[in-house]
Design a protein around this ligand. Structure first.
Ligand code: FEO
Length: 392
């Protein structure tokens, strides 16, 4: 793909990674991704905003063929999918200065071993003139590492946001054409990497509210030429209370836990509560992260393996603890053969969750009527909590 013009002397650069299926050896990418960089040619100076994943540096370097000079490389975020090709760009343009936050400077030194003299830290709100185009740098920490910033191009009212507002979608579309598809990918992306930092992100949104933004150009996915909907989506994910929704990751070995999951799901639905079930033997962990964005209650369903939870259930609990969703209630259901400490083990794995733990239901062997009655009581308790909390 060649570079593509967005506006006069402003170009999309970068690479479309159609084949990538895993990020950070952790996050599923069902639709691939893009690594967007941007070239801005001012009347006096030229800036490259971000680079690409080093595996695709050859594509960016081919796009830069014919570019006589780069004065500045703006590094919004030190993670290697955006910064990893900077050393290669610097080999071609050794006079270029890397513009970044002080915190990113140390990360670039650590991760890329850049020459310290090539990095120029900028202050929050500082501007850089390219002649007839002005870049304003705004610190926006935790989107998605602590060092991140965005760039506002004042004359053209474009916000270059890097990971912020990004979505993992490989597409030849330069702009968002399928809003529903991008909404889902952006929400998945938010759930996977940004959800733990909601409070800081709320401050970032507030900080950016004073800028008139016509276009948001992220470094993953397509460009938003109608940015209001994605800003509103972020406000919803960050600020709105949870939904009247139970997110229910589970695993069953011999059918006992499955029977409990089925019964409790039906009981919750009968009480007007939405349920999203995730069988952990087949689930896409990104879908689970996305569902957790809205969950009012999390229930983990697990059999007992030896003396504790099934490892897949432990993984789901560990993930929820790391992602810190805004759910306010949690419970555990499942079965055991002869004993164990499943509840204690799982409860000890979620110290980050600010949740009230509702009475777990564990039964020995196949669930009997007493177990089903206990599950009905749990459904009643969840319905009451959701009503009292005003979840909708
Ligand atoms: Fe797209 Fe946090 O890197």
């Amino acid at each position: 793909m060649e570079k593509r013009q967005i506006k006069e002397r402003i170009f999309w650069m970068g690479a479309i990674d159609w084949d990538r299926r895993l990020f950070d050896s952790l996050v599923p990418l069902p639709d691939g991704t893009t690594y967007n960089a941007y070239l801005i040619e001012g009347s006096e100076k030229t800036a490259l905003l971000d680079a690409v994943d080093p595996a695709m540096a050859n594509i960016l370097m081919a796009q830069l063929h014919g570019t006589a000079k780069i004065d500045f490389i703006v590094c919004h975020h030190a993670e290697q999918d955006h910064s990893g090709a900077i050393p290669i760009v610097l080999e071609r343009f050794p006079q270029a200065k890397v513009i970044t936050t002080p915190r990113a400077k140390t990360l670039l030194l650590d991760h890329l071993h850049l020459a310290e003299s090539s990095i120029v830290p900028v202050a929050d709100g500082e501007t850089l003139s390219l002649g007839d185009k002005t870049l304003r740098f705004v610190y926006t920490p935790w989107v998605h590492w602590p060092e991140t910033m965005v760039t506002y191009l004042e004359e053209d009212r474009i916000l270059f946001s890097c990971d912020f507002f990004g979505a993992h979608i490989a597409s030849s579309d330069l702009y968002v054409t399928d809003q529903g598809r991008v909404y889902e990918a952006a929400k998945r992306y938010f759930g996977e990497i940004m959800m733990p930092f909601r409070k800081v992100i709320a401050k970032n949104l507030e900080k950016l509210a004073c800028y008139a933004v016509d276009v948001i150009a992220p470094s993953h996915g397509q460009i938003y030429d109608k940015p209001e909907w994605i800003l509103e989506a972020y406000r919803d994910w960050v600020l709105s209370p949870p939904d009247n929704l139970v997110v229910f990751p589970f695993v069953s070995m011999h059918g006992s836990t499955q029977a409990m999951v089925d019964h409790l799901t039906a009981a919750l639905v009968a009480r007007g509560i939405r349920v999203e079930l995730f069988n952990l033997t087949v689930t896409d962990i990104g879908k689970l992260a996305m569902a957790l964005v809205d969950a009012g209650t999390i229930i983990v369903g697990t059999p007992t393996v030896l003396t504790g939870p099934h490892p897949l259930a432990a993984y789901a609990a560990f993930l929820a603890n790391a992602l810190r969703p805004k759910a306010q209630y949690l419970s555990i259901v499942g079965s055991y053969g002869w004993g164990g400490k499943t509840v204690e083990t799982l409860a000890g794995m979620i110290p980050n969750l600010k949740v009230e733990v509702l009475e777990p239901v564990l039964c020995k062997g196949m669930p009997d009527q007493a177990a089903f009655t206990a599950l009905d009581r749990l459904a009643d308790a969840i319905a009451q909590k959701h009503r009292e909390s005003g979840f909708q």
